[in-house]
Design a protein around this ligand. Structure first.
Ligand code: ADP
Ligand code: MG
Length: 343
């Protein structure tokens, strides 16, 4: 009897130990010209820190591979092709091929060969500027993802052409982080790479993650909150990187057909789906397409996804799949919410 009295508390202690609440660990990383927030829940804070460290290492690795402004990156090597084949590693070739697939699927709205046009606008530089129509027309002769030539482990770009993976790299990075968390046994995490959110698993209490969606027409306010489990929510908006000149706002999403800032009536596009790479490419592409083409694209695309479109009038369009996972009760302004159906 005496023995049992002693064993019971010990057993309870062990049981409680096993079911200890997951520990939160978080960090911020500055990479890809973006402040990134990473939060993981793991069984111990050591395990969490280790997973974050692995995630950070992976982000820096991808930045060093994909950055156009780092002279020593794989993408910079490709951009010096000038008509001769450049050997590139499989990962970069594969992401480039995926980018070309999105070019084809989006009828040219997503086009990584906008690089020379991006340079002319210089959005990320100290002195952004508005290029003349003549300059843009000249540069447009260097744009067209269908002109990228893939060989056996190589890629060739015509003289003057260059690629910019800025519209897909963060989404791809979020997919890679999913793999890193998997390897590190982390099944509850939330990362935000700029406007690219990856919600892994559920929150530790078993509830979905809550992701606030910014109002593009008043970025200090929220349109509502997405309740997501194991999803990517990726936003492209004109308010993320921009400059103003003579009362006009110019932002970093380019219509590859004109070389001009994409102004087709939408102020933001959020894609909710199962792949960061796809969400990133499509958020940029559908922003370029404008409302009508974005809705037809959603209705007929081979892979299901959900989206939130906001137009210049401030109307919020949501696809039907978001009905049960969008909470507008905390929105700071009154919005008109319109649900879109497939037929
Ligand atoms: P963010 O980088 O803010 O998440 P996006 O995913 O929409 O926003 O990407 C914008 C970036 O994509 C630009 O900075 C540029 O590098 C690149 N880009 C701009 N226009 C296009 C386009 N039409 N197709 C592909 N990439 C683009
Ligand atoms: Mg994008």
């Amino acid at each position: 009897m005496k023995k049992q009295v002693f064993l019971l508390p010990l057993l309870l202690l062990l049981l409680c130990g096993c079911q200890q609440a997951p520990q939160e660990s978080s960090t911020q990383v500055y990479a890809m010209d973006t402040m990134m927030d990473l939060t993981v829940y793991a069984s111990t804070s050591e395990a969490g820190e280790q997973a974050l460290h692995a995630a950070e290492t992976e982000i820096y690795r991808l930045d060093a591979l994909l950055s156009r402004h780092d002279e020593s990156s794989a993408v910079s090597a490709i951009n010096k092709s000038n008509g001769t084949p450049v050997a590139a590693d499989e990962e970069v070739l594969s992401l480039l091929k995926t980018s070309v697939d999105y070019f084809q699927q989006t009828n040219g709205a997503f086009d990584v060969t906008v690089a020379p046009i991006m340079d002319a606008w210089n959005f990320t530089g100290e002195t952004p500027r508005v290029p003349s129509r003549q300059e843009l027309d000249q540069l447009l002769t260097l744009v067209g993802s269908d002109r990228i030539v893939f060989g056996d482990g190589t890629v060739t770009l015509e003289e003057g052409m260059a690629v910019d993976l800025g519209g897909i790299a963060k989404g791809y990075a979020s997919d890679r982080l999913a793999a890193v968390f998997e390897e590190n046994g982390v099944d509850s995490a939330m990362v935000s790479l700029g406007g690219n959110v990856y919600a892994r698993g559920t929150r530790p209490d078993g509830n979905p993650w809550r992701i606030a969606v910014q109002d593009p027409n008043d970025p200090s306010a929220y349109l509502g909150v997405l309740l997501l489990t194991d999803k990517y929510a990726i936003t492209s908006g004109g308010y993320q990187r921009y400059f103003e000149q003579d009362g006009v706002t110019y932002y970093h999403i380019i219509d590859p057909k004109t070389g001009d800032v994409a102004r087709n009536g939408l102020t933001s596009v959020t894609i909710v789906c199962d792949s960061g790479t796809m969400g990133d490419a499509l958020s940029t592409a559908l922003f370029v397409m404008g409302y009508d083409n974005a809705v037809s694209f959603w209705q007929s695309y081979s892979t299901d996804f959900d989206m939130i479109l906001v137009d210049e009038a401030g109307t919020v369009y949501l696809t039907e799949g978001l009905k049960d996972c969008f909470d507008s009760s905390l929105a700071e302004h009154e919005y008109e919410y319109v649900y879109l159906t497939k037929n």
